[in-house]
Design a protein around this ligand. Structure first.
Ligand code: FE
Length: 183
C-alpha cells in the first residue's frame, strides 16, 4: 500500500514538473520586452527598439488614415479598406512600426468588411485591452511595439481559436510572399 502511495506521489510530481518545464519552454520562444519595457525581442531572437514618437512625429510619418486609426483609435468604414478582401499569401505588418502581426494563413472571410484573422502571428506581438468606449465593452487590439491601435477582437471567430481579430486595413501594411519560398 505504501509503495503504491509512493508511486502515485512520484507520478504526480513528474507530471507537474513536465507541465512547468513545457510552459517555460513555450515562453522562451515568444517575443518579450525587457523589464524596463524598452527593448523588444522578436520570436527569431532579433532585438528591436520599442517605438516612441511624439504626436507630431506620428502625424508626419503616417498617412492621414493610418494616423487616425493607429494614434487616434479611429475605425475605417467597412468595405472601404485596401485589405479586407485581399486573398494573396503573405504577412500583414503594423503600418506604424513594421512588426509582423498577422499571416494570410489565418485570414478568413468574416463578412464584416474589415480584414479578419483567427489569431495573431504571436500573442506577444499584440496587446489586448478592455475598451468601454461607445457604451460597449469590447477588447481593443494594439501593436506591442509601437502601441498603435489596430482594431478589436471578438469571440465569434472560426476554429481552431474561435476568435475574430477585426483589424483596420489602414493599420496594416501587406507584404506579399515571395515566389519560390519554401515552407
Ligand atoms: Fe506597431
Amino acid at each position: 500500500m505504501n509503495k503504491m502511495k509512493y508511486l502515485m506521489r512520484s507520478a504526480s510530481l513528474l507530471f507537474f514538473m513536465t507541465l512547468l518545464l513545457s510552459s517555460c519552454a513555450q515562453q522562451d520562444n515568444r517575443a518579450h520586452a525587457d523589464p524596463a519595457g524598452q527593448i523588444f525581442v522578436d520570436a527569431s531572437g532579433d532585438t528591436l527598439e520599442m517605438i516612441h514618437k511624439t504626436d507630431e512625429e506620428w502625424k508626419a510619418a503616417l498617412s492621414k488614415e493610418a494616423y487616425e486609426i493607429l494614434r487616434k483609435k479611429g475605425t475605417e468604414r467597412a468595405f472601404t479598406g485596401d485589405l479586407w478582401d485581399n486573398k494573396k499569401k503573405g504577412v500583414y505588418k503594423c503600418a506604424g512600426c513594421g512588426l509582423p502581426l498577422f499571416s494570410s494563413d489565418t485570414k478568413y472571410r468574416s463578412g464584416s468588411g474589415w480584414p479578419s484573422f483567427y489569431q495573431p502571428m504571436d500573442h506577444a506581438y499584440i496587446l489586448e485591452k478592455e475598451d468601454r468606449m461607445l457604451g460597449m465593452v469590447r477588447t481593443e487590439v494594439l501593436c506591442r511595439r509601437c502601441n498603435g491601435h489596430l482594431g478589436h477582437v471578438f469571440n465569434d471567430g472560426p476554429q481552431p481559436t474561435g476568435m475574430r481579430y477585426c483589424i483596420n486595413s489602414a493599420a496594416l501594411d501587406f507584404e506579399k510572399e515571395k515566389k519560390g519560398k519554401k515552407d
